[in-house]
Ligand binder design. Structure first.
Ligand SMILES: NC(=O)C1=CN([C@@H]2O[C@H](COP(=O)(O)OP(=O)(O)OC[C@H]3O[C@@H](n4cnc5c(N)ncnc54)[C@H](O)[C@@H]3O)[C@@H](O)[C@H]2O)C=CC1
Ligand SMILES: O=C(O)CCC(=O)C(=O)O
Length: 392
C-alpha cells in the first residue's frame, strides 16, 4: 500500500481518487509518505520525507518545490499543465476590463456612500465622473509567455477587439498551432515594452525571468501602461515599479501576489492569488495530480513530470525495475548486466532522457524472491549515476 500526504486545499475529487483506491492511503498517521500532493505549499524549507518518491503539484508553477534537490534525491516532480489555464485567463481578462473602467476604485467608493440614504442616486450621478475609464477595443496588449495560459489570453483578447503582440522565444509547437494567426509576434521584449498599452506575463519564475520587469523595462514603456501579473511576484522589481508609478509610467499594476512592499501603494491592485481558484480548475488540477502520482507510484510510468521525461510502457513482465539516473553512457548496459548476473530474463524495456537526467524501465519475466530483490536493488544502486531504484 502506498501512502500519500496532501498539503493545502486539494479538491475532493482528487482526494477521493486516492482514498477510494485500495492500494493507497491518504494522510496516514502510521505510514511514511511515498508521495505528496500539494498546491502552493513551500517545500523549500521543509524536510521532505525519506520515503518520498514523487511530488505532484496540483497547478502549473513549481517554484515552491526544490526541483533540483528532488532530482538529486530521485524524486519525480509533477505538475498539471493547462489544468488551470482557463481559470487564470478568465481572471486576467476580467482584470484588464475592470481596471480599464476603474471598477475596483469605483465599487469601493460606492460602498463608502452606503449610509447616505436618499442622497445616494444624486451622489452617484455627481461622483461618477471621477471614474471615467477607457475601452480596451483597439488597445494593444503584450503577452509575455505564450504557454497554456498565454495562448488563451492572446486569442480571447483578440476576440475582444484588442491588438495582441506576443513574446515567447521558447513557444512549443503545440501552442504555436493553437495561437491565432492574428497575434503578432514580438522578436524582442523591447517591442512589447515600447508599444503596448497593457502587458500581461505568463512565464514561469526562474533565474532568467526573475526581475523581468525592471528599471530598464519600465523606462521603455509608454506612459499610462497597465500591467497584469498573474504569474509570480518576483517577476517584477518592486522598487522600480514604485518609481514607475510615481513617474506616471504605470497606471495600474494588478497582481495576484500582493506583499508588504507593494500593498497599499497607489495604483497597485492586489488580488489574493485567485488565478486558479475556480471549482473547475481546482478539480482539474487535483484529479490530474492525483492520477499522475498514483500512476507513477503503482506502475513506474511517468506523465507530466518537470524533471524527468514522459515514460510509458504497459506492464509486460512479472516484475518491473524502474531506475532514475544521470543521463550518461553505459547505464542501461550496466543494469542489464546485473540482471543477467541474477539470471533474469528481460520482457521489455524503455529508456528516455531529459537534459541531464534519464529514466529506465526494464520489465522482467521472472518471479523474484525477497533476497534476490534486495541484491538486485543494491547492485543497481551501486552504479554511479543512479539516484533511485524501485522493483515493482
Ligand atoms: N495566479 C495563479 O493562480 C497561477 C499562476 N500560474 C503561473 O503562470 C505561469 C505560466 O503558466 P502556464 O501558462 O500554465 O505555463 P506554461 O509552461 O504552459 O507556459 C509558460 C510559457 O512561458 C514561456 N517562457 C519561458 N521562459 C520565457 C521567457 N524568458 N520569455 C518568454 N517566454 C518564456 C514558455 O516557452 C512557455 O510557453 C506558471 O509558471 C505559474 O507561475 C499558473 C497557474 C495559476
Ligand atoms: O493552487 C493555486 O491556487 C495556485 C496555482 C498556481 O499558482 C499555479 O498553478 O502555478
Amino acid at each position: 500500500m502506498y501512502s500519500i500526504q496532501a498539503f493545502n486545499a486539494i479538491a475532493d475529487a482528487g482526494l477521493k481518487l486516492i482514498e477510494e483506491d485500495l492500494d493507497f492511503v491518504l494522510n496516514s498517521e502510521t505510514q511514511e509518505p511515498d508521495g505528496y500532493i500539494a498546491r502552493s505549499f513551500n517545500f523549500h524549507n521543509y524536510a521532505i520525507g525519506e520515503q518520498v518518491k514523487g511530488i505532484a503539484r496540483a497547478g502549473a508553477g513549481v517554484n515552491n518545490i526544490p526541483v533540483e534537490h528532488c532530482t538529486e534525491r530521485g524524486i519525480v516532480v509533477f505538475n498539471t499543465p493547462g489544468a488551470n489555464a482557463n481559470a487564470v485567463k478568465e481572471l486576467v481578462l476580467t482584470c484588464i476590463m475592470a481596471s480599464s473602467r476603474n471598477l475596483f476604485d469605483a465599487v469601493k467608493w460606492t460602498a463608502e456612500i452606503e449610509d447616505r440614504g436618499k442622497e445616494i442616486p444624486e451622489l452617484v450621478e455627481k461622483g461618477k465622473k471621477q471614474f471615467v475609464g477607457t475601452e480596451i477595443k483597439g488597445k494593444r496588449l503584450g503577452v509575455i509567455g505564450v504557454g497554456a495560459i498565454g495562448v488563451l489570453v492572446a486569442n480571447d483578447a483578440l476576440e475582444l477587439g484588442m491588438e495582441v503582440v506576443a513574446f515567447d522565444p521558447f513557444i512549443s509547437v503545440e501552442t504555436a498551432w493553437r495561437l491565432s494567426q492574428n497575434v503578432r509576434r514580438a522578436i524582442t521584449l523591447e517591442e512589447i515594452f515600447s508599444t503596448c498599452d497593457y502587458i500581461t506575463m505568463h512565464v514561469p519564475l526562474n533565474d532568467k525571468t526573475k526581475g523581468l520587469l525592471n528599471e530598464n523595462a519600465f523606462k521603455q514603456m509608454k506612459d499610462g501602461i497597465r500591467i497584469l501579473n498573474f504569474s509570480r511576484g518576483e517577476l517584477v522589481d518592486e522598487q522600480a515599479l514604485k518609481l514607475a508609478i510615481e513617474e506616471g509610467i504605470v497606471e495600474n499594476y494588478i497582481t495576484d501576489f500582493p506583499n508588504e512592499n507593494i500593498l497599499g501603494t497607489n495604483k497597485v491592485i492586489g488580488v489574493p492569488h485567485l488565478g486558479a481558484s475556480t471549482k473547475e480548475s481546482e478539480e482539474n488540477c487535483a484529479v490530474m495530480a492525483a492520477r499522475q502520482l498514483k500512476h507513477y507510484l503503482k506502475t513506474g510510468n511517468i506523465k507530466h513530470s518537470v524533471n524527468l521525461p514522459d515514460v510509458e510502457i504497459p506492464f509486460s513482465g512479472k516484475r518491473r525495475l524502474a531506475v532514475m539516473h544521470k543521463n550518461i553512457p553505459g547505464m542501461v548496459g550496466r543494469m542489464t548486466g546485473i540482471l543477467a548476473k541474477f539470471e533474469m530474463n528481460i520482457a521489455d524495456m524503455i529508456n528516455r532522457s531529459k537534459d541531464a537526467w534519464a529514466y529506465t524501465i526494464i520489465d522482467i519475466d521472472n518471479e523474484i524472491d525477497e533476497t534476490t530483490e534486495q541484491n538486485i536493488k543494491n547492485s543497481v544502486n551501486e552504479i554511479q549515476g543512479t539516484v533511485s531504484v524501485r522493483l515493482l
